[in-house]
Design a protein around this ligand. Structure first.
Ligand code: BG6
Length: 495
């Protein structure tokens, strides 16, 4: 449900970090460029560095010129800079919060709504919230107070529950905005429109017609400088527990009563609750993990995971994870959902691929057509944003032969404006629209799905399969498929 955009002060904790640099500042700049950032919005960066506002502006100019490929517009920048401010303070210093409260209060001409953006280590979410509460900064008497939390929300079910308890001592659920940036992506938002604004698909969208679903996120990037976080997390926590399970809910959910946030999230939770729990004895048949070794990406040699900076030489952290899940409800019983993600793969692609069942009879029995091809519905999320339905058609000519053709819904034309996921989500925060943020029960049930796998993997620490960087991951992961003929589909094009 969209309210109106209300100005606020964005207080960013972790403003010099990677997320702020590559996502938040560029997204806020773009909102200014498109005229969507209200004039009395303030962006207050907090950090330990002893900088003044001028020094921070210099830093932001550097961030923007690195990230904004089309070039920074001087006029927009001048307007954008009017919103910016810097506050020196260490989040572990409890005195800092009183000073911060004074600093926020001292600006009478700006809105009294405040969104605190915690782009910090998850271990610090609790303590920062406690301090904000202690100093009255979460008090909503004069304006709303919202706290935006980046993933990961917890490390497993137990720690997520503990974090939730800690936060809700000081915050109402309505004040908590748990971000999953995948929900802000254009094509991901489009899954809902595509499913629920068209009548054609609904009759086919179930176990009677769908054979299986594949959800893939692959990236060429390696772990980069994130080893301290990543080595403790691994691909299952980093991508599947959050982003890929969210994609699964959008594909599998029932039509919500309305697009109002609670109705939408109720339906997503129902899907997560219907996922058949994986007992320890089934972990090997339903989950697969692997780690990249040295290889080549785009013709360039790249290191293996164990040689990356900050990775322990005996690490068995997975950089590739694949899962088979069953959803035990009327719509999906018997339709496997295959999810996979990997770093240092051949290509960077995110997609949802839906494979339909075989036609019931071999219709063209007396022709050369031996086996009818199946239909696929392909949703490209990135980099190619597309929607394709793959059909069988007759090949032109005298023979009765067939080939695969695409019904391609050109999702975006060249002149369409591209906006990053964070832009929409930042606006949603100002509008108080939580539909694309995670409610706690979504996080909880997502942990319930992956927890049994994490537990088995955490004790099996002697060995992990390796795949060469630049490949599609190990062939052995095919064993997750129910039938020999099924395999991962890498390509969005007609096969
Ligand atoms: C993040 C993960 O949440 O998502 C990263 O922590 C991953 O490891 C990233 O690379 C992928 O996001 P995107 O938008 O680049 O597909």
């Amino acid at each position: 449900m969209n309210g109106s955009i209300e100005a606020c002060t964005f207080v960013i904790f972790g403003s010099t970090g990677n997320l702020s640099r590559i996502k938040l500042m560029p997204a806020l700049y773009h909102l200014e460029a498109s005229g969507k950032l209200p004039g009395n919005c303030r962006i207050l960066a907090t950090g330990r560095r002893p900088w003044d506002r001028e020094r921070w502006l210099q830093e932001v100019r550097g961030m923007l010129s690195e990230e904004i490929k089309a070039g920074v517009d001087g006029e927009v920048l001048a307007r954008f800079e009017k919103h910016l401010d810097y506050f020196e303070g260490d989040i572990s210093d409890s005195n800092m919060y009183e000073r911060l409260a004074d600093h926020i209060d001292q600006q009478p001409d700006v809105s009294s709504n405040v969104a605190f953006y915690l782009s910090i280590r998850p271990a610090e979410f609790g303590i920062v919230t406690e301090n904000l509460s202690r100093t009255g900064l979460l008090n909503e008497e004069s304006g709303w107070r919202r706290v935006v939390i980046e993933k990961p929300f917890g490390y497993d079910l137990e720690s997520a529950t503990a974090l939730q308890l800690r936060l809700t001592r000081h915050l109402d659920e309505a004040q908590i905005y748990r971000i999953d940036h995948y929900l802000g992506k254009e094509t991901v938002r489009n899954v809902l429109v595509f499913r629920f604004a068209n009548v054609m698909l609904e009759p086919l969208w179930n176990r009677n017609y769908i054979d299986h679903v594949q959800i893939t996120h692959s990236e060429q990037r390696g772990v980069g400088s994130r080893a301290p976080y990543y080595d403790g997390a691994g691909a299952l926590r980093d991508m599947i527990q959050s982003h890929l399970l969210q994609l699964l809910t959008l594909v599998a959910m029932e039509p919500p009563v309305s697009m109002e946030s609670e109705s939408l999230r109720d339906e997503k939770v129902k899907v997560l609750k219907s996922v058949r729990p994986i007992p320890p004895s089934a972990v090997h048949s339903q989950a697969f993990r692997a780690q990249y070794g040295p290889g080549k990406i785009g013709g360039q040699k790249v290191k293996g995971y164990l040689d990356e900076d900050g990775v322990p030489s005996d690490s068995v952290t997975e950089t590739y994870a694949a899962l088979k899940l069953h959803i035990d409800n009327w719509r999906w019983r018997g339709v496997p959902f295959y999810l996979r993600t990997g770093k240092r793969m051949t290509e960077s692609v995110s997609s949802i691929m839906i494979r339909f069942r075989q036609p019931p009879t071999q219709f063209f029995r007396d022709t050369q057509i031996k086996q009818m091809d199946r239909n696929w519905l392909v949703l490209g999320i990135q980099p190619c944003e597309c929607l394709r339905i793959q059909l069988t058609a007759k090949q032109p000519g005298l023979e009765m032969d067939t080939h695969q053709v695409n019904l391609d819904a050109g999702f975006r034309s060249q002149n369409d404006i591209y906006s990053d996921a964070y832009e929409g989500l930042l606006l949603d925060i100002m509008q108080g629209d939580r539909s694309l943020f995670l409610r706690y029960d979504e996080v909880e049930y997502a942990w319930r799905i992956v927890d049994p796998i994490l537990r088995v993997w955490s004790v099996e620490r002697d060995f992990i399969t390796s795949y060469p960087a630049g490949s599609w991951g190990p062939d052995e992961s095919r064993r997750l498929f129910e039938r020999e003929i099924d395999k991962w589909r890498h390509n969005l094009e007609v096969e």
